[in-house]
Design a protein around this ligand. Structure first.
Ligand SMILES: [Zn+2]
Length: 470
């Protein structure tokens, strides 16, 4: 039997570095030495980087080698150890079939002395493959079980970077960052966009954990993360109270999720361009006023107008200059924040709190129903079609409940703002439009604008009647 003239060296790096998991360079070096000893000519190297053991992930180089074997391009295979070649017994059988069909008799391993061309050697190879697979499988089972156990005990999930607001033990609260987090939550629940919050953080030069800039997606990930409400999440489910201090309440966490769900439904993502968008009604016909800008004598003139026509359906006979009205209403809002009337409104909020709790409970129950259904399907008690049918009404109800919860958060936003009017007044000009809009919207339900004298730029306060939120 002539020695191979076109042998292949196969090497694989993986995470199971115990025992035979030598680096790729060492594996290849040892294979080359063996080739020299055996008098084989090496034609090529095939190297896979397969860092998750037993993942069943594809190995492109391994597949290329099998194809080259089948095509007769190589006539021998050298591998450091059989656990580098195959990860599961079934892969070994497949490999043996390919080698058999290609009539390749030369397969050798540096470690193990296994010779696949004899029946004893085959038996040893099969045993080794089974042992390697078993080790790999029990290792990943051990890891998975450990993760699950940690989660059930409420131990923190330790990623590569600490969470914002916590020290690197993943448990001790950093007061300064926790304050920032709570501010973000208050402002987000008040209706400010993540875009606006991210640019605020960047402007204030609040550092992220990694040192990179704040983005809307980091912010969204952070705001929706249940760990800040002291909940340990495993595979997307809160499974236990965390062994760390919460920064916000579970109720706040729910309202954040509801707010994001609501945003997804309404799909409104365009940045705010007018302070009072959506908050003004026409005093003649009751229709909503729309913002409109036109240029008069080279200067932009911003207005809110009642629009007629099929898309708007208003009377089209009312308009008001934007600038004086915005100044007037912003002033009224800031004044309102510090009044006893607002305190009274907040005192009456207990009813809203009760409603929040009721909705939260409904959310919980429906979520539980979905989990039960998924488990029933998992056990085979119900088939896929039954599962889909049963899921649908529960999911619809969940969406409705989340929407209702999001509506309530408008009132919730007032809590964080009450008594801050004087402070906000001095900073008002420096706040961006999204933040200003959120504050006004938290306080005002809407304002009705009465008819005015055409051409008059000064606002007559008598035209404005404000309907406060309560
Ligand atoms: Zn009108």
């Amino acid at each position: 039997m002539p020695e191979p003239q076109r042998a292949a060296i196969y090497a694989r790096i993986s995470q199971d570095t115990e025992g035979t998991g030598k680096g790729v360079a060492r594996q290849i070096e040892d294979c080359r030495k063996l080739a020299a000893t055996l008098g084989w000519q090496v034609a090529g190297e095939y190297v896979d980087n397969d860092l998750s053991a037993y993942s069943g992930k594809r190995r492109p180089e391994y597949e290329r080698m099998l194809a080259d074997l089948a095509d007769g391009l190589i006539d021998g295979v050298l591998v450091y150890h059989i656990d580098r070649l195959t990860r599961r017994p079934i892969e070994l059988e497949h490999f043996l079939n390919v080698v058999d069909a290609a009539r390749v008799q030369h397969v050798r391993f540096v470690a193990g002395e296994t010779n696949l061309s004899t029946s004893d050697g085959l038996l040893v190879a099969r045993i080794q493959a089974a042992v390697a697979a078993n080790e790999s499988a029990s290792k990943s089972r051990r890891v998975a079980r450990k993760h699950q156990q940690n989660a059930a005990e409420g131990k923190p999930h330790r990623g590569s970077t600490r969470p914002f607001g916590y020290e690197s033990d993943f448990a001790t609260v950093l007061p300064a960052e926790a304050d920032v987090y709570r501010t973000l939550v208050t402002r987000f629940l008040a209706g400010e966009s993540t875009r606006s919050l991210a640019s605020w953080l960047n402007t204030e030069q609040v550092p992220t954990v990694t040192g990179s800039a704040w983005t809307t997606s980091t912010l969204k990930g952070m705001l929706t993360n249940a760990r800040y409400a002291g909940l340990r999440v495993h595979r997307g489910q809160a499974v236990a109270p965390g062994q760390w201090d919460a920064i916000i309440t579970e109720d706040e966490h729910r309202r954040i999720l509801a707010k994001f769900a609501d945003k997804k439904i309404s799909g409104r993502r365009t940045p705010q361009r007018y302070l009072l968008s959506g908050m003004l009604r026409c005093g003649k016909c009751g229709n909503r006023l729309f913002s409109s800008a036109r240029v008069i004598r080279g200067r932009p003139n911003r207005r809110y107008v009642c629009m007629s026509g099929p898309d708007h359906g208003g009377c089209g006979r009312l308009m008001v200059s934007a600038d004086p009205l915005e100044r007037f209403l912003a002033d009224a809002v800031l004044h309102r924040l510090d009044t006893p009337e607002l305190a009274d409104v907040l005192a009456g909020r207990n009813s809203a709190d009760a409603r929040t709790q009721e909705l939260t409970r409904a959310l919980d129950e429906d979520q539980q129903r979905l989990d039960d259904l998924a488990q029933a399907h998992g056990r085979g008690d119900i088939d896929m079609r039954e599962w889909m049918l049963a899921k649908k009404p529960v999911q619809d109800r969940l969406a409705t409940t989340q929407r209702h919860l999001a509506q309530i958060t408008h009132t919730g936003a007032l809590t964080g703002l009450a008594g801050t009017g004087a402070g906000l007044r001095s900073a008002w000009g420096s706040l961006n439009l999204s933040r200003q809009h959120a504050i006004v919207q938290a306080v005002i339900d809407h304002a009705v604008i009465g008819p005015g004298t055409p051409g008059v730029q000064v606002l007559d306060p008598a035209r404005v009647s404000v309907v406060w939120r309560h």
